[in-house]
Design a protein. Structure first.
Length: 442
């Protein structure tokens, strides 16, 4: 596959797949209570502020160690990037969230800084990138290889898409390959096409009495372009002015901070308490497969550094029963729609917050479901009194129509917006067709 076609495929959707990861050709595995908010041990703001470089790209340039490759393929890859400037611009913008962390990890291990640019080649720094072969994340791990390197994958969470855990796994694997082959170019080739692929190519050349360096090996076309592609990115980052490349400004300081949670909460609730958009929260935490943060997914939440104090103050001030998600043990064969009606939620809410196995609208197996804090118990049925009068329910249901807002509903039913939000898990956005609780006017 020539370089131009390879990159066009990359832009079109499926990202580069490393057959080494696809085949699982790895022979060894590298493997709280209360709210705790602290920087990762490597993310020291004071130390970062003392660095001479204020720009992260400048800091990275100082750590680039890979030798050049005398090959026209490098120039060909540079030409491709110059013909498609939007690709590198988009990749550098996505990288702004995580590149400081990755730079810290590469630097702490004493590895070549070019490795921090490998996700540009693998995924354009898209944490949710998914290849046609099911490789996922910025480092494009296949499911089997991800598990070998300790990346948990379940219905709640995918460690391959968690940039922090996947970065540790990728750097472990790359360091292992460097030890195995003794050469970074060969190690990178093995990351792309597999350890066995490179080992066999070396053995063939040894049998023929030929050199066994990267350029001399008979490797798959994609792998022959892989190292030149990375070196092309390196050269563009080293001299952006020379090539007329525009890079997103990335400060040389942490973008996020870790927060540990003592119990499960809804992602939307976390976004509200941190005063960030839901999209921004999910962008920082791409490993979450559902809108729930809990131990079965990953109890560590990443938040922008300047929003952590806001979140902590809101979390400490909130009563736990108002934000802690409830659970319900559902039986095999239960109708999902009936569960939704019983607990006064929508089917979509259940789907967004639970990894469901459903067949013909029924649960295919027994499982524990998360429910909103307000759905701790089923809605009470009216109870007949001795005078045969029916007890008046405290809430009514309203099916959201297009154009409905919290303000318009509060005005219509003569209640406060705060009362509506309290009965509906601190809801902010209404969706047509959704059923919500409205307090009865007293």
């Amino acid at each position: 596959m020539n370089a131009r076609l390879c990159f066009l495929l990359l832009l079109a959707g499926p990202f580069l797949t490393s057959p080494a990861l696809a085949a699982g050709q790895v022979d060894s595995q590298v493997a709280n209570v209360g709210v705790s908010i602290s920087y990762d041990s490597t993310l020291d703001l004071e130390a970062a502020s003392q660095r001479a470089e204020s720009d992260l790209w400048q800091r990275m340039r100082a750590g680039m160690k890979l030798g050049d490759l005398d090959s026209p393929l490098v120039d060909r890859q540079i030409s491709w990037f110059l013909d498609h400037p939007a690709y590198l611009e988009a990749a550098s913008k996505r990288a702004r969230l995580f590149l400081y962390h990755i730079t810290e990890q590469v630097e702490a291990r004493g590895l070549p800084m070019e490795l921090a640019l490998l996700p540009v080649v693998e995924s354009a720094y898209n944490p949710r990138a998914l290849s046609h072969a099911n490789a996922s994340g910025i480092w494009q791990f296949m499911p089997a290889t991800g598990r070998i390197f300790g990346l948990k994958q379940n219905g709640w969470y995918d460690g391959r898409q968690d940039v922090l855990t996947a970065t540790d796994a990728a750097l472990d694997y790359l360091a292992k390959l460097k030890t195995m082959f003794g050469d970074w170019q060969l190690a990178l080739a093995a990351y792309n096409c597999g350890e066995g692929c490179v080992t066999r190519a070396i053995a063939r050349n040894q049998t023929l009495g030929q050199p066994t360096d990267y350029r001399s090996l008979d490797l798959p076309a994609e792998t022959r372009n892989y190292v030149p592609r990375l070196l092309a990115v390196r050269n563009l980052i080293l001299e952006p002015e020379r090539y007329g490349v525009r890079l997103a400004d990335i400060p040389n300081r942490p973008y996020f901070e870790k927060v540990s949670l003592p119990y499960p909460i809804e992602a939307r609730t976390a976004a509200r308490m941190a005063d960030v958009d839901m999209d921004e929260l999910l962008e920082l935490n791409p490993g979450f497969r559902r809108h729930v943060i809990h131990a079965e997914s990953q109890d560590t939440l990443l938040l922008p550094v300047d929003k952590v104090d806001t979140f902590r103050a809101a979390f400490d001030a909130e009563e736990s029963h108002k934000i802690r998600l409830r659970s319900y043990v559902a039986s095999k064969g239960e109708l999902l729609s009936r569960i939704a009606d019983r607990f006064d939620v929508t089917v979509k809410w259940l789907q967004d917050h639970n990894p469901l196995s459903v067949k013909r609208g029924k649960l295919a197996q027994a499982q524990t479901l998360f429910l909103p804090p307000s759905a701790a118990r089923p809605m009470a049925r009216p109870v007949a009194t001795t005078t045969r009068k029916v007890a008046r329910p405290s809430v009514r249901k309203h099916t959201v129509r297009r154009g409905d807002t919290l303000f318009s509903l509060a005005k219509r039913y003569k209640v406060s917006i705060a009362d509506i939000r309290e009965l509906n898990g601190a809801i902010k956005v209404l969706h047509p067709g959704e059923k919500i609780n409205i307090p009865l006017d007293s």
